[in-house]
Design a protein around this ligand. Structure first.
Ligand SMILES: *[C@@H]1O[C@H](CO)[C@@H](O)[C@H](O)[C@H]1NC(C)=O
Ligand SMILES: *[C@@H]1O[C@H](CO)[C@@H](O)[C@H](O)[C@H]1NC(C)=O
Ligand SMILES: *[C@@H]1O[C@H](CO)[C@@H](O)[C@H](O)[C@H]1NC(C)=O
Ligand SMILES: *[C@@H]1O[C@H](CO)[C@@H](O)[C@H](O)[C@H]1NC(C)=O
Ligand SMILES: *[C@@H]1O[C@H](CO)[C@@H](O)[C@H](O)[C@H]1NC(C)=O
Length: 442
């Protein structure tokens, strides 16, 4: 299955579109084209750009694992009662009957079906022993998150849960966010909300009470991990200055890694029990049920690919710039004329491709020339290196030197954001990788 086929077409379309419109208002980058043909003194040549795949619904490409494996309801069949009313017991689960089964796949099917389809756990029969469930989502590919992670509960929302992430295919895990009705009691953490975060504390892991209240908030069924609110700390309230965010992502590895995952794990630690004490005589009221999980993101291709294919149950970048590997993380054989380097979002709008170059194109390896110009006032020395001004680094001086300090490159004083923010809707569409954008820009 080639889910990027349409996107490749789009890229072509954009190419045509740009050729037809040379004075395209390139206030900032799209990063959807990896190369384009240009006329120069030497005739037709290629111009290379930093590029990345469109954001997509990533739940289509994951593998889900439950721990314990037999925690799904229905084997043996069970009848559940409503949390609010122990006499209302019409929720039946039977794994052997399709209409009454609640397998994990139902968390990723189309929402809006009537009746709702959902995964459901066994009930809290072993109370007071904790009812613990891990739901692990694995992509076997590095993914960059582009929008909030949203879980929709069919049961009451859990009183305690942790969202965890892995960046190394499930070998190690770090918490992303803690959720509890009482953060101090559950995790000895002060309750916070995403609104408490600043540019400098963006990487802090918080415990929030926003998504755990049961009874009062009965109709509020979602639990979020707020990606966009975090983006907004750099890109502004309606993400009108994505360039500032991209600039920051480019120069701050920690920040980039924060939004990058290979796996996610939802650790359910305590189900909703309502405002009252646990009713030990009717434990059929307590369980977890999830109707939907949303994960939006894009394949991480180190800015060397604008499409990512799902083939043989596996996502991989379609690498350009003579790079290779699932994340375009190395140079192809015979193209190791200089060290591999990720592409760069800077300078806005086209970024820097940092392509891999052939092994022996001459007595010396060319790093910079008329085509690969040193950026930000850097000077090309004998085609082998850029002599960068003190404030810049990178192969072509494309990066401000503020890697170590989060927030250090933000704002106008950094000199990397000489931007007039274009219309905010325009940029939102862009973030969402919308096709509409092309329609309006041509
Ligand atoms: C699941 O399996 C474990 C170990 O095999 C067993 O102890 C437990 O009772 C089972 N749970 C359910 C709900 O069947
Ligand atoms: C769930 O994952 C955590 C670590 O992420 C692990 O300690 C725990 O044993 C796992 N299983 C259950 C049932 O909680
Ligand atoms: C993950 O992908 C690699 C190739 O990149 C493959 O060799 C491996 O078998 C995959 N693992 C799983 C669990 O699918
Ligand atoms: C308790 O659960 C059973 C099913 O397990 C149900 O028949 C009964 O009506 C429930 N309510 C009370 C108050 O016992
Ligand atoms: C990569 O190498 C091929 C030859 O194998 C060449 O035609 C192509 O232009 C190169 N691409 C880049 C981005 O340098």
């Amino acid at each position: 299955m080639r889910f990027q086929f349409a996107l490749t077409l789009q890229a072509l379309w954009t190419g045509v579109c740009q050729a037809a419109m040379q004075h395209y208002p390139a206030a900032w980058g799209h990063y959807d084209v990896c190369k384009s043909q240009v006329y120069s003194d030497e005739g037709l040549t290629w111009d290379y750009m930093a590029c990345q795949p469109e954001a997509a619904d990533m739940t289509q490409y994951l593998k889900v694992t439950l721990d314990p494996p037999n925690i799904t309801c229905g084997d043996p069949p069970e009848t559940y009662c409503a949390l609010e009313n122990p006499y209302m017991c019409n929720n039946e689960c039977d794994a052997t009957t399709e209409e009454l089964a609640h397998p994990p796949e139902l968390m990723f099917d189309i929402e809006g079906r009537n009746p709702t389809t959902f995964w459901q756990s066994t009930s809290w029969k072993k109370y007071p022993k904790a009812l613990l469930v891990n739901i692990t989502l694995s992509w076997n590919k590095t993914i960059e998150l582009t929008d909030d992670i949203v879980l929709t509960f069919e049961s009451g929302r859990p009183e305690q849960m942790v969202l965890e992430k892995s960046l190394d295919y499930g070998r190690t895990w770090q918490p992303y966010q803690f959720y509890a009705t009482d953060c101090l009691d559950a995790f000895t953490m002060e309750p916070k909300t995403v609104q408490d975060l600043t540019q400098h504390t963006l990487l802090d892991i918080i415990c929030t009470e926003d998504y755990s209240r049961g009874y009062v908030w009965k109709y509020d069924k979602t639990v979020r991990f707020e990606i966009k609110d975090r983006f907004a700390l750099f890109a502004g309230p309606r993400l009108h200055n994505m360039a500032s965010l991209y600039g920051q992502l480019d120069t701050t590895k920690n920040l980039r890694d924060f939004f990058t995952i290979t796996d996610l794990r939802i650790r359910l630690l305590r189900p909703a029990t309502g405002a009252t004490m646990v009713d030990e005589n009717n434990l059929s009221r307590y369980f977890y049920a999830i109707s939907d999980i949303k994960v939006q993101g894009r394949c991480k291709c180190n800015l060397h690919a604008n499409s990512c294919v799902f083939d043989k149950e596996k996502l991989s970048c379609e690498c350009e710039h003579n790079t290779t590997g699932p994340d375009c993380g190395r140079c192809k054989r015979n193209y190791q004329g200089r060290a591999w380097s990720a592409g760069s979002y800077l300078p806005i709008p086209k970024g820097t491709a940092n392509i891999c170059i052939p092994n022996n194109i001459g007595p010396v390896t060319r790093v910079c020339d008329e085509l690969f110009r040193c950026q930000n006032g850097g000077e090309c020395i004998n085609n082998v290196r850029c002599n960068c001004p003190p404030a810049y680094t990178g192969l072509l001086c494309e990066k401000p030197r503020c890697e170590s300090e989060l927030g250090g490159c933000a704002g106008a004083e950094s000199g990397q954001a000489p931007l007039t923010p274009p219309s905010s809707t325009w940029l939102l569409l862009l973030l969402l990788g919308s096709m509409l954008l092309r329609a309006t820009s041509c």
